[in-house]
Design a binder for this molecule. Sequence first.
Ligand code: ASP
Length: 586
Amino acid sequence: MYRTKTCGELRLANVGECVTLSGWVQRTRKMGGMTFADLRDRYGITQLVFDESKDKELCDRANRLGREWVIQVVGEVSERQSKNKNLPTGDVEIIVRQLNVLNEALTPPFTIEEQSDGGDDLRMKYRYLDLRRPNVRRNLELRHKFAFEVRRYLDQQGFMEIETPVLVNSTPEGARDFVVPSRMNPGQFYALPQSPQTLKQLLMVAGMDRYFQIVKCFRDEDLRADRQPEFTQIDCEMSFVEQEDILQMFEGMSRHLFKTILGIDIPTLPRMTWADAMKYYGSDKPDTRFDMKFVELMDVLKGTGEFSVFNEAEYIGGICCEGQAVYTRKQLDQLTDFVRRPQVGAKGLVYARVGEDGSVKSSVDKFYSPEVLERLKQTMNAKPGDLILIISGPDTLKARKQLCELRLEMGQRMGLRPKDKFSCLWVIDFPMYEWSDEEQRLMAMHHPFTSPKPEDVPLLDTDPASVRANAYDMVINGVEVGGGSIRIHDAKLQQKIFEILGFTPEQAQQKFGFLMNAFKYGAPPHGGLAYGLDRFVSLFAQLDSIRDCIAFPKNNSGRDVMLDAPGVIDQSQLDELHLAINLPKA
Ligand code: ASP
């Protein structure tokens, strides 16, 4: 037997037992005639003791152990003189009688402890060593538990996990596809699924009633901290449901996850319309851990003074930052620089401080009468000591987005966005379409299978841009963790939506004929949603990047630096696929 116990389970109650442990040598230290070694496995760390006075030869061998050698020891559990309160096994140690080296190891390129000295690139190259670090391993443990509890909840609710293919066809109207050449069908390509959307809808037509799948999805997009080219969805679909049924079901799932994994009881999720989310937070995924709602100031500041920037604005909005009137000129200049960064894109920032005596001092004082400034204070509901920050612009949507960035920045600076506090909500009533400047046409905001709100259907002919969808997102701490919609189950309505999106009937038939045909054979009303598992888990684990909860993530250029993928393939493989590489000249 390689071991009778793990490195994480011995306690005072085990004192006197003879045990066999196996694991990795985290480190050794020699103190006088004693050698101590920390032995690590997935379950913890146990201290080993080698006593020169008892067995010189054994102790000599222990002194030759290197970091990360794999060893097996047999010894007696003994109470420690100086206990280590930081370790669950810190009350005991093993007085080693036998040492067996199972495998020697090269010195690792970075220290394998909670705090590592390895930079990102190095740790990713040797990810299998990085994963030995307890904090990294804990993220994967949390992910496992999370997926397990998802399955438990959905199983209890009668959902069936059904696998869908990974080699599918390329469909328009999404992100860019990853494609795979087909050897048996020369010149043709599969696409990797961006999500199993149409397949899960077909499963509803097939009568599966409640489907889910924890499934890899692939999108060839530019990468950010919360995006990976391959990511995992908790993909769900239900038949004979309305929006309310889905919100209830999945609110229940979130409650179950918060309770079983974090021990937190979350309150009923508030619901916010998309229009309100944009109006009060400038975002369809508002961070509601803190208030600081936008206040529109067009009535107060447009045309009531000589400040041309406001007089020409389409939107003027402010936030009130409690107790921040202490901001110095320099700090305000830094904030101005912040909103002027290209990522934010505002032209500038107007501020007003409310003094302890209630007087208002603003950066545009000279353009406005004291009465207007007083009205500003009242409208903003600002108290003595508060700081009012104002953004304006010729484009409401853009100005709101800029104010959103500023609000998040202030929330961060004011410590209002702690990672261990969770604020969940549903954002509902999304618009069906959004205008694409690039494509010069309406695009589906969610996806083309989303049903319009029944009361808005007549508007499809007259004013499609104002049609609202039966679509919803779950948002936690400013992160969209999941989203979905009630689907169209009527072939004619689906056809019409494709038309509005600019498909000719022939194109629609060619791309989506399989779905529209299926709908002709008795499609039940249905709807669903998908969660981003990586995002959800990284929120629970309070991580900055979803990468930290993925065993083998890709870097920002979409590379797996450990496998060195993607890579070139042999000419023979290319020939077999009838492919020629045609790189642009450098
Ligand atoms: N398939 C959708 C997505 O990936 C989610 C859904 O509508 O169920 O965003």
